[in-house]
Design a protein around this ligand. Structure first.
Ligand code: HEC
Length: 126
Protein backbone atom coordinates (compact mmCIF):
# COMPACT_ATOMS: atom_id res chain seq x y z
CA UNK A 1 0.00 0.00 0.00
CA UNK A 2 1.32 3.47 -0.82
CA UNK A 3 2.23 5.86 1.95
CA UNK A 4 -0.54 8.26 0.88
CA UNK A 5 -3.13 5.53 0.99
CA UNK A 6 -1.90 4.36 4.37
CA UNK A 7 -2.17 7.92 5.71
CA UNK A 8 -5.64 8.35 4.22
CA UNK A 9 -6.73 5.13 5.86
CA UNK A 10 -5.25 6.18 9.19
CA UNK A 11 -7.10 9.50 8.97
CA UNK A 12 -10.36 7.72 8.18
CA UNK A 13 -9.95 5.39 11.15
CA UNK A 14 -9.21 8.38 13.40
CA UNK A 15 -12.37 10.16 12.25
CA UNK A 16 -14.47 7.05 12.82
CA UNK A 17 -13.04 6.50 16.29
CA UNK A 18 -13.41 10.07 17.54
CA UNK A 19 -16.69 10.82 19.27
CA UNK A 20 -19.04 13.09 17.37
CA UNK A 21 -20.99 14.89 20.01
CA UNK A 22 -24.26 15.60 18.23
CA UNK A 23 -24.52 11.94 17.25
CA UNK A 24 -23.71 10.82 20.78
CA UNK A 25 -26.56 12.94 22.12
CA UNK A 26 -29.02 11.49 19.60
CA UNK A 27 -27.81 7.93 20.21
CA UNK A 28 -27.90 8.56 23.95
CA UNK A 29 -31.53 9.60 23.73
CA UNK A 30 -32.39 6.30 22.03
CA UNK A 31 -30.51 4.30 24.68
CA UNK A 32 -32.17 6.38 27.40
CA UNK A 33 -35.65 5.56 26.08
CA UNK A 34 -34.78 1.86 25.99
CA UNK A 35 -32.96 1.51 29.30
CA UNK A 36 -34.01 4.38 31.54
CA UNK A 37 -37.34 5.79 30.37
CA UNK A 38 -39.43 3.27 32.29
CA UNK A 39 -38.29 4.84 35.56
CA UNK A 40 -37.03 8.34 34.70
CA UNK A 41 -38.45 11.42 32.99
CA UNK A 42 -35.91 13.76 31.42
CA UNK A 43 -37.88 16.88 30.56
CA UNK A 44 -37.81 20.18 32.46
CA UNK A 45 -40.21 19.86 35.41
CA UNK A 46 -40.92 16.21 34.55
CA UNK A 47 -42.57 14.14 37.25
CA UNK A 48 -40.69 11.69 39.42
CA UNK A 49 -41.58 8.09 38.64
CA UNK A 50 -39.90 5.02 40.05
CA UNK A 51 -36.77 7.16 39.74
CA UNK A 52 -36.23 10.93 39.97
CA UNK A 53 -36.52 13.37 37.06
CA UNK A 54 -33.12 13.66 35.36
CA UNK A 55 -33.40 17.01 33.59
CA UNK A 56 -30.20 18.91 34.33
CA UNK A 57 -28.75 16.09 36.42
CA UNK A 58 -25.16 16.78 35.29
CA UNK A 59 -23.94 19.48 37.68
CA UNK A 60 -27.00 19.08 39.92
CA UNK A 61 -26.68 18.22 43.57
CA UNK A 62 -26.93 14.45 44.02
CA UNK A 63 -30.27 13.29 45.40
CA UNK A 64 -31.98 16.66 44.98
CA UNK A 65 -34.82 16.30 42.45
CA UNK A 66 -38.04 17.60 43.99
CA UNK A 67 -40.79 15.13 44.81
CA UNK A 68 -38.58 12.09 45.06
CA UNK A 69 -37.63 10.15 48.17
CA UNK A 70 -34.02 9.06 47.75
CA UNK A 71 -32.17 6.22 49.43
CA UNK A 72 -29.82 6.85 52.35
CA UNK A 73 -26.55 7.13 50.38
CA UNK A 74 -27.95 9.67 47.92
CA UNK A 75 -29.62 11.62 50.72
CA UNK A 76 -26.25 11.76 52.49
CA UNK A 77 -24.63 13.12 49.31
CA UNK A 78 -27.36 15.74 49.07
CA UNK A 79 -26.70 16.81 52.66
CA UNK A 80 -22.98 17.07 51.87
CA UNK A 81 -23.77 19.15 48.79
CA UNK A 82 -21.94 16.83 46.38
CA UNK A 83 -22.83 17.40 42.75
CA UNK A 84 -23.01 14.94 39.86
CA UNK A 85 -20.33 15.24 37.20
CA UNK A 86 -20.13 13.46 33.85
CA UNK A 87 -17.47 11.18 35.33
CA UNK A 88 -19.31 10.35 38.53
CA UNK A 89 -22.53 9.59 36.63
CA UNK A 90 -20.60 7.27 34.32
CA UNK A 91 -19.04 5.48 37.31
CA UNK A 92 -22.46 5.28 38.96
CA UNK A 93 -24.06 3.81 35.83
CA UNK A 94 -21.27 1.24 35.41
CA UNK A 95 -21.96 -0.24 38.85
CA UNK A 96 -24.50 1.65 40.98
CA UNK A 97 -24.13 -0.59 44.03
CA UNK A 98 -20.37 -0.22 43.96
CA UNK A 99 -20.42 3.55 43.48
CA UNK A 100 -23.22 4.22 45.99
CA UNK A 101 -23.72 1.14 48.19
CA UNK A 102 -27.36 0.91 49.19
CA UNK A 103 -28.71 2.95 46.29
CA UNK A 104 -32.18 2.11 45.02
CA UNK A 105 -31.01 2.31 41.43
CA UNK A 106 -30.81 -1.31 40.36
CA UNK A 107 -29.77 -1.30 36.73
CA UNK A 108 -26.21 -0.94 35.45
CA UNK A 109 -24.76 -0.08 32.05
CA UNK A 110 -21.62 -2.15 31.50
CA UNK A 111 -20.98 -1.01 27.93
CA UNK A 112 -18.62 1.97 28.02
CA UNK A 113 -19.72 3.34 24.65
CA UNK A 114 -23.37 3.24 25.71
CA UNK A 115 -22.49 4.99 28.96
CA UNK A 116 -20.65 7.74 27.08
CA UNK A 117 -23.71 8.29 24.89
CA UNK A 118 -26.05 8.35 27.87
CA UNK A 119 -23.86 10.87 29.66
CA UNK A 120 -23.66 13.04 26.51
CA UNK A 121 -27.45 12.97 26.33
CA UNK A 122 -27.92 13.74 30.05
CA UNK A 123 -25.38 16.56 29.73
CA UNK A 124 -27.44 18.07 26.90
CA UNK A 125 -30.52 18.41 29.12
CA UNK A 126 -30.30 21.93 30.41
C1 HEC B 1 -36.01 0.27 37.48
C2 HEC B 1 -36.01 1.71 37.57
C3 HEC B 1 -34.79 2.46 37.07
C4 HEC B 1 -34.18 2.37 35.85
C5 HEC B 1 -34.54 1.47 34.69
C6 HEC B 1 -33.13 3.36 35.86
N1 HEC B 1 -33.10 4.01 37.05
FE1 HEC B 1 -31.87 5.58 37.53
N2 HEC B 1 -32.69 5.63 39.38
C7 HEC B 1 -33.71 4.83 39.83
C8 HEC B 1 -33.98 5.11 41.22
C9 HEC B 1 -35.02 4.42 42.10
C10 HEC B 1 -33.07 6.14 41.59
C11 HEC B 1 -32.91 6.78 42.96
C12 HEC B 1 -31.74 6.06 43.59
C13 HEC B 1 -31.57 6.27 45.10
O1 HEC B 1 -32.35 6.99 45.74
O2 HEC B 1 -30.63 5.64 45.60
C14 HEC B 1 -32.28 6.45 40.41
C15 HEC B 1 -31.30 7.43 40.36
C16 HEC B 1 -30.59 7.79 39.23
C17 HEC B 1 -29.64 8.86 39.17
C18 HEC B 1 -29.29 9.83 40.30
C19 HEC B 1 -30.27 10.99 40.20
C20 HEC B 1 -30.17 12.07 41.27
O3 HEC B 1 -31.08 12.93 41.29
O4 HEC B 1 -29.25 12.08 42.10
C21 HEC B 1 -29.16 8.89 37.89
C22 HEC B 1 -28.14 9.83 37.32
C23 HEC B 1 -29.83 7.80 37.18
N3 HEC B 1 -30.68 7.17 38.03
C24 HEC B 1 -29.60 7.53 35.86
C25 HEC B 1 -30.21 6.45 35.18
C26 HEC B 1 -29.93 6.13 33.81
C27 HEC B 1 -29.02 6.91 32.88
C28 HEC B 1 -30.66 5.02 33.52
C29 HEC B 1 -30.66 4.22 32.24
C30 HEC B 1 -29.43 3.58 31.89
C31 HEC B 1 -31.41 4.66 34.71
N4 HEC B 1 -31.11 5.57 35.69
C32 HEC B 1 -32.30 3.58 34.80
C33 HEC B 1 -34.40 3.89 39.11
C34 HEC B 1 -34.09 3.49 37.82
Amino acid sequence: MSRTRTLALAALVAVMASPVLADDVADGQVVFKQMCGACHTATAGGKAGIGPNLFGVVGRKIGSAPGFKYSKPLTADAAAGTKWTKDSISTFLAAPQKAKPGTAMAISVKDEAKRAKLVAYLNSLK
